[in-house]
Design a protein around this ligand. Structure first.
Ligand code: GLN
Length: 540
């Protein structure tokens, strides 16, 4: 349709965590509503090659793409808000850029030149950004970090150059800032925004549009003041008021005229945006009338960023069932026989999510046992499925001391173990079983009923697997394989039949759930939790 891809660069100032990722994703959704195709990119300024080796406490969730890239959690927002299918190339870090440049230098590709940040590092960044365009109408690029950080400078320099390279009609800069409200004077303050724009202009970038986060409504006067000091027009100052539901952001942006301004400045002709689906979704969210409580028994419970996609998947499953899902995060390390009954008494379902490392393992096993024995809906994801297998082996099949070799290398019953492919691996980064794998679901299983399909594809991120030697022992007692790899070697799902809802999956279904298209496993799990709540109320 267009000769060239239009690029929108999103930078952030004043503070981190203002919601650049959500803004990028919302802009993507608005462009799609206008009939344009989009792709999104996140550039991260740290040296790690990818976030795969980073502690979730520091970095939040690692989002996995179909092609097995371990990426920043913002890519999760991008996929949930838009139809873009993201891959390895949609997220890169400073570490990857330097790695590529150093490898080229070793191969002699710079022909004796002195290799420098400008132009070699910036060229590498620009090439990666440009290669993204390929056929799409709009590419939205989020620059990680905050303007003024030393480490984001090469990214800013690269995007500055791109406007010259690609032409001003093809490049737009959007800057996200904060308008703090100072209680003492009862005022919204614009100075941090002025300073942040000043810092951006010092590196040669004049933003075209400012998105200003604010807790209070802002007046026309404030927009005029910001416009004057930041060298934009008042209608290019977009107020981003706090919202209850993140999907409202895009509707507010539209209300503020953001998408109209973007297409005007980039000289794109589009149809009027079709926002009906998003509007009815938000309506549905606002009219949820029943609520349920699900216990998330895990390790990273203090930082909910670590379970971003999971939270969104449960939320979407709730909306699908017209239910508001309250999450109660329970640190498995502190679960004991003494406090378990009281911790779990208000729950309508238990979910044990993915995780690494031995801390809190026994608490997770106890949580599985509680759910199994009390017929509380149970959903085990990745490590959660592995713990369900361990619990069932120990407490139902009598395999005392059964464990995963991840936590007990000498266990007498290694029901979860490493496959041969994983045994020789020594590097930690990018070496797990990663990305999309097909899974075959046996006919007449619960999983078949839930998915309504015999063959599915889901995303993985783990090293350990259900040991096939134990399948028949567990199946005999009722924990059946609900999904297998196409060659039949790997158990990808388990289901316990003598229970209202007890399913474990080795993959991460949360990565493929979308707000308006909730994942079948989550929708079905929430439905079971609702039924459980009704049952409990009737029993009272
Ligand atoms: N630690 C487990 C493994 O590597 C589970 C990983 C996960 O839950 N993502 O297999």
């Amino acid at each position: 349709m267009y000769k060239s891809t239009k690029f929108i660069f999103i930078t952030g100032g004043v503070l981190s965590s203002l919601g650049k990722g959500l803004s990028a994703a919302s802009i993507g959704a608005l462009m799609e509503c206008r009939g344009l195709t989009v792709t999104l990119l996140k550039m991260d300024p740290y040296i790690n090659v990818d976030p795969g080796t980073m502690n979730p406490f520091q970095h939040g969730e690692v989002f996995v793409t179909d092609d097995g890239a371990e990426t920043d959690l913002d890519l999760g927002h991008y996929e949930r808000f838009t139809h873009a299918i993201l891959r390895q190339k949609n997220n890169f870090t400073t570490g990857q850029i330097y790695d590529a440049v150093i490898q080229k230098e070793r191969r002699g590709e710079y022909l004796g030149e002195t290799v420098q940040v400008i132009p070699h590092i910036t060229d590498e960044i620009k090439n990666k950004i440009r290669s993204l365009g390929n056929g799409v109408d709009v590419a939205i690029v989020e620059v990680g970090g905050t303007v003024g950080d030393i480490e984001s400078l090469p990214f800013l320099e690269a995007i500055r150059q791109l406007r010259v390279d690609l032409g001003p009609q093809n490049v737009l800069y959007i800057h996200l800032t904060l308008l703090p409200f100072v209680k003492a004077s009862g005022e919204v303050k614009t100075k941090p925004t002025q300073h942040s724009v000043k810092a951006l202009r010092e590196v040669g970038i004049q933003p075209d549009i400012l998105i200003c986060r604010t807790e209070k409504k802002i007046t026309r006067d404030i927009k005029e003041k910001i416009a004057l000091f930041c060298n934009v027009r008042p209608e290019e100052v977009i107020a981003a008021e706090d919202v209850n539901c993140i999907y409202e952001v895009l509707l507010n942006f539209h209300q503020e005229g953001l998408d109209q301004k973007i297409v005007e400045l980039l000289n794109i002709w589009t149809r009027a945006p079709r926002l009906d689906e998003w509007r009815s979704f938000i309506e549905a969210v606002k009219s949820l009338n029943i609520s349920i409580t699900i216990g998330i028994v895990g390790k990273y419970v203090n930082l909910q960023e670590s379970y971003k996609s999971l939270n969104e998947a449960l939320f979407a499953g709730g909306v699908k069932n017209k239910a508001k899902v309250n999450l109660k995060f329970i640190d498995s390390e502190f679960l004991s026989d003494q406090n378990m009954n009281s911790e779990f008494s208000d729950l309508d379902g238990i979910l044990v999510p993915g995780g690494f490392g031995s801390r809190g393992i026994e608490g997770k096993i106890k949580a599985v046992q509680f759910a199994r024995e009390n017929k509380l809906p149970f959903f085990g994801i990745c490590l959660g499925m592995q713990m369900a297998v361990v619990e069932f082996s120990r407490n139902v099949c009598g395999l005392n001391g059964a464990n995963s070799t991840e936590f007990s290398p000498d266990t007498p019953y290694p029901v979860i173990h490493l496959m041969d492919e994983q045994r020789s691996i020594t590097d930690k980064g990018g070496t797990m079983r990663l990305g999309a794998y097909e899974c075959v679901i046996p006919e007449d299983s619960e999983c078949h009923r839930i998915y309504g399909a015999r063959r599915i594809s889901e995303r993985h991120r783990h090293r350990y697997e259900f040991n096939p030697e134990y399948i028949s022992i567990l199946e005999e007692k009722g924990l059946r394989a609900g999904g297998l790899s196409p060659d039949g070697r790997l158990v990808e799902m388990v289901e316990y039949i003598d229970h209202p809802w007890f399913i474990g999956c080795q993959f991460h279904p949360e990565f493929k759930s979308k707000p308006m298209d909730s994942h079948p496993l989550f929708a079905s799990f929430i439905k079971a939790c609702l039924d459980c709540k009704t049952r409990k109320e009737q029993e009272k």
